[in-house]
Design a protein around this ligand. Structure first.
Ligand SMILES: [Zn+2]
Length: 291
């Protein structure tokens, strides 16, 4: 958390910055353990101040500001990072700012991060190219075709749920949306990728697009801890649409069987044992789902 829908919402929320000239950028004074910011103050001043913001991009779960000199400011929220254009949830966790000039009041983007695992990095066009080339990060979950999706997991013997979280294979899906999309696809989360049929890959592709696009429309999921906010410091709405995530013991919305929870690679997985049954006998070792 945040995953593709939340980060896409952040990108859309900072669209008012496009076309503006940057007048200041750098780390904000913060008493907490500092987050990773590169370069130092002199680099931000010489390479960023005076540049115009050409556009906002998203790379997987990162917000990317593209400057007119083709350098990129990359915000990685990781666990609790937020990209804000409004008052932050707290002052003490403000980490970084980018100020732009406007005819009226100046606009300020602020990066806020409670746990401080996020980062802000400036890349030259070339550095960006090599940092995010194929092999380092997979294709975007919203941009792959059904055939490309299957290709992302070619030769993969890991269970599908943890495999979906591997950003080197596919970018954007995280723990929450992986459980949700596999439920909608009717695919058991512990089936190993190489045992999935073409029909199941197609179902995963279709429901992945549907779940991610719907979650974007609802501006992402704000969980019980309330951390995730959109760029205007407002909660998302998709948490009310979750069908299995964090719903252990509650009835399945389709068949009323209680939702089950188990752990795969240290992450909680939620599924319906009836709707996501191992109908084709694809589970090799049903007692050891930790892959
Ligand atoms: Zn069910």
């Amino acid at each position: 958390m945040p995953e593709l829908p939340e980060v896409e919402t952040m990108c859309r929320g900072i669209a008012p910055l496009v076309g503006r000239k940057i007048v200041a950028a750098g780390r904000l004074p913060c008493q907490r353990r500092p987050i990773a910011v590169t370069p130092g103050p002199a680099g931000w001043k010489s390479r960023v101040v005076g540049q115009k913001i050409d556009r906002i991009d998203r790379v997987g779960k990162r917000v990317v500001i593209v400057l007119s000199n083709q350098e990129r400011i990359v915000f990685e929220p990781r666990m609790t990072g937020l990209v804000l254009m409004a008052e932050p949830p707290s002052i003490e966790h403000l980490r970084f700012h980018v100020d732009v000039s406007t005819r009226k009041e100046p606009l300020q983007l602020r990066f806020w991060d409670r746990r401080g695992l996020g980062s802000v990095r400036l890349y030259s066009a070339q550095e960006f190219e090599s940092a995010f080339q194929s092999g380092k990060i997979g294709p975007d979950a919203l941009a792959v075709s059904p055939a490309q999706l299957k290709e992302c997991f070619a030769g993969c013997r890991q269970s599908i749920k943890p495999a979906l979280l591997d950003q080197k294979r596919l970018a954007g899906v995280g723990n929450l949306y992986a459980s949700e999309l596999l439920f909608s696809a009717g695919v058991h989360p512990a089936i190993r990728c190489h045992r999935l049929t073409d029909k199941q890959w197609k179902a995963i592709h279709k429901t992945m697009l549907k779940v991610l696009r719907t979650a974007i429309r609802y501006e992402g999921s704000t969980l019980g801890d309330g951390t995730y906010r959109n760029a205007l410091n407002k909660a998302g709405g998709y948490q009310n649409k979750h069908r299995v995530y964090n719903r252990e013991g509650l009835p399945c919305p389709v068949c009323t069987t209680p939702i089950q929870r188990f752990v795969q690679t240290q992450r909680a997985t939620f599924y319906c044992p009836n709707c996501q049954a191992d109908a084709l006998g694809q589970l090799e070792e049903p007692t050891s789902w930790e892959s």
